[in-house]
Design a protein around this ligand. Structure first.
Ligand code: AMP
Length: 193
């Protein structure tokens, strides 16, 4: 299965991605995680993207696309993968189409976690407090939400029009949401075979 998972900031996308990817036996590929590693290791890429990430803005497509193209060419991604946090705008959707076409394959499923905006802001503010993340101010949190609405939300329509979008209610415990996602995946792999 070749899948992507999208969802607004605070939806628990990263946690869910690792769980469902290992259940499906495919690597979870998180662009956010790769960027954070570069920032922590102070690589050239890391120094370029640190300020953007901290401000809740997206990294430029050229940098992101290149990173994904190279990651998807690795051996472990040939039979399947779960992209977490990519694509994040329509131009990245087009780029991913190209990458997959070159691999002579296509996407099977786009999962979207759906949650109410205020629930998300509350969650993120709570998390900022308990984890003592001073950079996660309400301003940055609202900005992240805005960027998601403007740039990323539209890609769910693209995948819907292709018939591969599955929206999943993201409100509930980690286990409940994981079960809903697993059901969407097994439903799709039934069609797929
Ligand atoms: P995430 O962990 O998916 O929330 O990603 C953390 C941050 O990394 C985002 O807020 C962006 O600044 C950056 N990022 C991750 N994936 C992308 C992407 N596909 N396009 C642009 N920026 C990204």
């Amino acid at each position: 299965m070749k899948m992507i998972i999208m969802g607004p900031p605070g939806a628990g996308k990263g946690t869910q991605a690792s769980t469902i990817a290992s259940a499906a036996g495919v690597p979870a590929i998180s662009t956010g995680e790769i960027f954070r590693r570069h920032v922590a290791e102070k690589t050239e890429l890391g120094t370029k993207v640190a300020a953007l990430i901290e401000a809740g803005e997206y990294v430029p497509d050229e940098l992101t696309n290149e990173l994904v193209a190279s990651r998807l060419s690795e051996d472990d991604a040939q039979e399947g993968f779960l992209l977490d946090g990519y694509p994040r705008n329509p131009a990245q959707v087009a780029k991913l189409d190209e990458i997959l076409e070159e691999m002579d394959t296509e996407l099977d499923l786009a999962l979207e976690l759906v949650l109410d905006r205020e629930t998300l802001v509350e969650r993120l503010l709570g998390r900022a407090k308990t984890e003592g993340r001073a950079d996660d101010t309400e301003e940055v949190i609202r900005r992240r939400m805005e960027v998601y609405e403007e740039q990323t939300r539209p890609i769910s329509d693209i995948y819907a029009s292709r018939g591969i979008l599955r929206q999943v209610d993201g409100d509930g415990s980690i286990e409940e949401v994981a079960e809903r996602l697993a059901a969407a995946i097994s439903d799709r792999s039934g069609h797929h075979r």
